[in-house]
Design a protein around this ligand. Structure first.
Ligand SMILES: Cc1cc2nc3c(=O)[nH]c(=O)nc-3n(C[C@H](O)[C@H](O)[C@H](O)COP(=O)(O)OP(=O)(O)OC[C@H]3O[C@@H](n4cnc5c(N)ncnc54)[C@H](O)[C@@H]3O)c2cc1C
Length: 388
């Protein structure tokens, strides 16, 4: 048994990076377990490099704190596209015709910069380390079981943030969880390069059956849908996407012989799998609703206008008192899931979960007011009335 960590963050995607950063800045001893050898999750290894908006689309920024810090970090050496110049110079878009506060970044650079940032802040990163189970003591996780090149080891922990994207830790701990019943369409995004540069090809872009019907361009690549929670099915998903990527490139090469496939994703491109059933389930229809326990705000990447305050209660279930979830597995209803799963929202929930995990090992006694005070001190704005 390895001892001595205040906060263990499981998963190093945008949610895990944000959680680890927030917890380390509270002066805690933090370890981050990541099964790959790269930070960023879907946002780097998955080649999803579009940092969706921090604003409502009508000139109001709503997501702040680490969500904004990571956006700026992602374009430290320049953006790939959609550069939010009008925001970064402090002016902000005033009309709905101006671009929203979003960007496109280079995955590899972001992964390196995020790693350097976490190391500077004192986070211990353990790559190639798959969390495969938990040991419980009453209603708390006492240790995490981790497999890596050294073998299988138990890490005793005080608080845990589940940022696995798939709610693995909550599932291992028998906390209430729910799955994405309709399943995910196949995605086969990849980067190609030719004389005109290095570019993202977004194949299989749609998320919902309604959108597929609306837009012929985004019709499903295959009829099948994927749960993202079965080892065999995930391998089949990856093989199918490879086949589609190859055929797509062959078509390009027929007219443009200089085209090459530049980068393939190294994690399956699956959007929604499993989420916690928290103390509160936030609904799509609760846009513009005031929540006293808000830990930050998110906007709708699909359309201008809607803003949600995110209740702290969506990040935990009291069944396991020292576990918080962050990222694409927080407690939202089926319709809101497609909004809450995106990068800025993952950073917002990651920062709150990491801060809370650093403050207490018991969500039921944690003072929400104190949590909110720390978030505010770190630049997070909690309520819509404060930005309008
Ligand atoms: C095809 C596609 C297109 C998308 N388009 C966009 C877009 O344009 N813009 C946008 O903002 N979002 C987009 N998204 C959504 C967004 O990329 C993800 O939802 C978001 O990045 C999820 O972040 P996360 O940190 O919650 O999870 P992930 O990015 O999934 O990170 C989880 C991390 O945990 C690790 N992990 C998992 N299980 C374990 C374990 N048991 N032990 C140790 N490590 C583990 C994984 O390796 C991974 O690094 C898209 C997603 C897909 C699939």
């Amino acid at each position: 048994m390895k001892n001595g960590y205040d906060v263990a963050v499981c998963g190093g995607g945008f949610a895990g990076i944000s959680a680890a950063l927030a917890a380390a800045r509270m002066g805690k001893k933090v370890i981050l377990f990541e099964k790959e050898y790269l930070l960023g999750g879907l946002g780097t290894a998955g080649l999803v490099t579009i940092y969706l908006p921090l604003c409502d689309g009508y000139g109001h920024q709503v997501s702040f704190g680490i969500a904004e810090e990571l956006l700026k970090l992602s374009i430290h050496y320049g953006a790939e596209a959609r550069y939010p110049a009008n925001w970064l110079d402090g002016i902000g878009s005033k009309t709905e015709n101006e671009p929203r506060y979003m960007t496109q970044y280079n995955a590899q650079l972001f992964a390196i910069l995020a790693e350097q940032l976490l190391l500077r802040e004192g986070v211990e990163i353990l790559y190639g380390s798959y969390v495969i189970g938990v040991k419980l003591e009453g209603d708390k996780i006492r240790s995490l079981t981790v497999v890596n090149k050294s073998g299988t080891l138990d890490y005793s922990v005080r608080s845990v943030v589940d940022a696995t994207g798939d709610c693995d830790i909550a599932h291992f701990a028998n906390a209430p969880t729910d799955t994405f019943k309709q399943g995910n369409v196949l995605a086969a995004w990849y980067y190609f390069a030719d004389k005109e540069g290095y570019r993202l090809r977004q194949l299989g872009a749609s998320d919902t059956p309604e959108e597929e019907k609306k837009d012929k361009e985004t019709k499903p690549l295959v009829a099948r849908r994927f749960s993202g929670l079965c080892g065999k099915e995930l391998s089949e998903q990856v093989c199918l996407s490879h086949e589609i990527q190859l055929n797509d490139w062959l078509k390009k090469r027929a007219t443009n012989p200089e085209t090459v496939i530049a980068t393939l994703p190294t994690v399956p491109q699956i959007r929604m799998t499993r989420k916690i059933v928290g103390e509160y389930v936030l609904a799509y229809t609760e846009e513009h609703t005031y929540f006293e326990d808000s830990i930050g705000m998110v906007s709708n990447w699909k359309k201008r206008g809607p803003v949600w305050e995110v209740p702290f209660r969506t990040l935990y279930n009291k069944a396991i008192k020292n576990l918080l979830v962050a990222g694409r597995c927080t407690s939202v209803n089926e319709t809101l899931w497609d909004v809450m799963r995106v990068i800025p929202c993952c950073a917002v929930t990651g920062e709150a979960a990491g801060t809370a995990a650093a403050m207490s090992d018991d969500v039921s006694t944690l003072s929400v007011k104190e949590l909110q005070a720390v978030l505010r001190k770190n630049g997070v704005i909690l309520h819509e009335k404060e930005v309008l």
